[in-house]
Ligand binder design. Structure first.
Ligand code: N01
Length: 547
């Protein structure tokens, strides 16, 4: 294998080197890719990240209140090493951003990963050479590196979406996007704060901002369902039990789309309305995503059942909000669960504070910005600091930003002009030897992301081994396989209520983005498919001999 030959040259001088694989990204996926390829497979690997440290999404999303909004400690973590599971002490049930970042820093140190990661470095070009069957990347720091394999762990939620309201740049105060939060403390004290956006980031940050700010005005476009996270300290007993049962918990996660616990197989028709209501109450009290996934089969498929659960949550919101007019504006009216589920820590209660006001943009849209205010149709709202919690160009956005050039110099922007076609969510026709982690068409956010990244990476590693063992130089998915995969993803999504809702899952949050469901909804089935494809000699792929 070729070895890495990076010299200590000053910036601006081209540093040319060769290695077996280039990894882009140092979040959960990229760190694991580096560890797996280098330490388990013995390849020479170089990794790059535009951030100044490890962490990916957890490096950037430092807004107040940022926490894991999925089944959390100790499950939102690497699962492959029992030693790692045993040695890391999680302290809360819903892990904070700082704690996840500390964990990833520990991971990088424990496996000595930093020596092969170049931080503060953006990839300015990534290009495939059909003759050499290798990728060459160029960086903004003057490096040029070639490798047989390009692993893109560029993040599903990375490219921050800033709304293009006319005049938004006229606002002269501080303005921060939640996904690009400053690394120095942001003070809200004595300030009038405006928050645009009420997805996970807005709903997590608004209660924290309201505790400190003089006044908060929330600009809401779509009212949301949010379930109580019920974050609390995790006990040592709980942690020991998880550790003792780790193998079976991990197996359950693999079999149940990332969820570590047994779920109810009960049908709603087996219970009376009163019994169902009692069950919803119990799951609401339990908190987290239990209500969504553990009540009855088919909440995200059956319109009537979904309506009943939606109404239950709406009742909870009504009960919480003192001002009936505010409660009316906060009533979600889409199918429960079809936008990314949100876990909150006192979000609805925040509207009972005197220093918080809610503007419903559907009734009172933003018309202009001035240096010190947001003007809506019905009034002017004085603001010192603006928070944009307006989300991301999700899943496809970070790959398009990288915009690799494949066969014949075709760019990914051209290839994905109308649809984000992939095969297995990991490969793209026309882009040999390129692999994605959490690409469009893979389970990504519908599975516990660290475990999903591990399993995808292990599959990619086996695929690379297959090439090496068989004297093959390149692998590429076939157009037929890609078309069938696209159909399969769509078919699975169409069976559910997800496509009925405008969400980032559907690409609907970005003006002009093609409407397409971006994920694979059946995580366990997805990983079975990966295994079957490999067992069938990498069905759906074409190989080239080494040139
Ligand atoms: O982004 P979002 P997010 N004018 O797209 C609104 C993950 N995450 O950063 O619903 C006015 O969900 C938009 O309105 P609408 C998680 O997977 C994880 O909150 O499109 N409003 C919506 O209210 C999550 O789903 C964690 O009508 C505009 C909001 O902005 C994903 O990241 C924490 C607008 C955007 O919500 C994204 O969450 C946080 C406009 N022009 C997030 N454009 C953890 O696990 C958009 N909006 C820690």
């Amino acid at each position: 294998m070729a070895s890495t030959t990076r010299g200590a040259q000053p910036r601006g001088v081209r540093d040319e080197s060769e290695c077996d694989a280039i990894v882009i990204g140092a979040g959960f996926g990229g760190l694991y890719a580096l560890h797996h390829l280098r330490d388990k497979m013995g390849l020479s690997v170089r990794a790059f990240d535009g951030a100044g440290g490890v962490g990916g999404t957890w490096w950037y999303n430092r807004y107040p209140g940022a926490r894991v909004d999925a089944p959390s400690s100790p499950f939102y973590a690497y699962t492959f090493s029992k030693e790692l599971v045993n040695e890391w002490e999680w302290t809360e049930t819903q892990t904070s951003q700082a704690a996840v970042l500390a964990y990833l820093e520990h991971f990088a140190d424990r496996f000595d990963l930093r020596r092969d990661i170049q931080f503060d470095t953006w990839i300015s070009d990534a290009r495939y050479d059909e003759n050499t069957q290798r990728w060459t990347i160029e960086t903004d720091t003057g490096d040029r590196v070639t490798a047989q394999f390009l692993i893109c762990a560029v993040g599903a939620l990375f490219v921050a979406h800033k709304p293009d309201y006319p005049g938004i740049n006229d606002f002269a105060g501080e303005c921060h996007h939640t996904g690009r939060w400053p690394h120095v403390p942001v003070s809200f004290s004595g300030k009038r704060v405006g928050v645009i956006g009420t997805g996970s980031s807005g709903i997590q940050s608004i209660p924290e901002i309201a505790k400190e700010a003089e006044h908060v005005t929330v600009f809401q476009r779509t009212p949301q369902y949010a379930l109580p996270a019920r974050n609390r300290p995790i006990t040592t007993d709980e942690l020991s039990q998880y550790r003792e049962n780790w193998d079976s918990l991990r197996a359950t996660m693999c079999a149940r789309g990332g969820w570590p616990f047994k779920t109810s197989r009960r049908r709603a028709s087996e219970d009376s309305p009163a019994q169902r209501r009692a069950r919803y109450e119990e799951l609401w009290e339990q908190g987290g995503i239990h209500l969504a996934i553990n009540s009855y089969i088919g909440v995200l498929v059956d319109k009537d059942l979904n309506h009943e659960v939606s109404e239950f949550v709406r009742d909870k919101i009504r009960e919480t909000i003192r001002n009936p007019e505010t409660a009316r504006k906060l009533m979600p009216d889409y199918y429960f669960g079809t936008k990314r589920l949100i876990l909150d820590n006192g979000y609805f209660e925040t509207y009972n504070r005197e220093n918080v006001a809610l503007i419903d943009l559907r009734e009172d849209p933003i018309e202009a910005f001035t240096p010190s205010s947001v003007r809506t149709r019905e009034g002017e709202h004085k603001i010192d600091l603006l928070v944009l919690a307006t989300g991301f160009d999700a899943v496809s956005g970070s790959m398009l930003k990288l915009n690799p050039k494949g066969r014949g110099g075709m760019s990914l922007v051209e290839k994905w002009d109308e649809r984000f076609d992939t095969y297995l969510g990991t490969t793209i026709v026309g882009f040999p030897n390129l692999f994605m982690i959490h690409g469009p068409g893979s389970p990504g956010v519908f599975f516990t992301m660290p475990l999903g990244a591990e399993r995808q990476m292990e599959w990619i590693g086996n695929c690379i081994r297959h090439l090496h063992e068989n004297g093959l130089g390149a692998i590429e998915s076939t157009p037929e396989a890609e078309t069938l995969w696209d159909k399969e993803i769509k078919q699975i999504a169409d069976h559910t209520l997800y496509p009925h809702t405008d969400s980032w899952y559907m690409g609907a949050n970005i003006p002009g983005k093609p409407r397409q469901f971006v994920g694979h909804l059946r995580g366990s089935q997805y990983f079975e498919r990966l295994a079957e494809v490999a067992e069938a000699g990498y069905e759906g792929f074409a190989f080239e001999e080494v040139r």
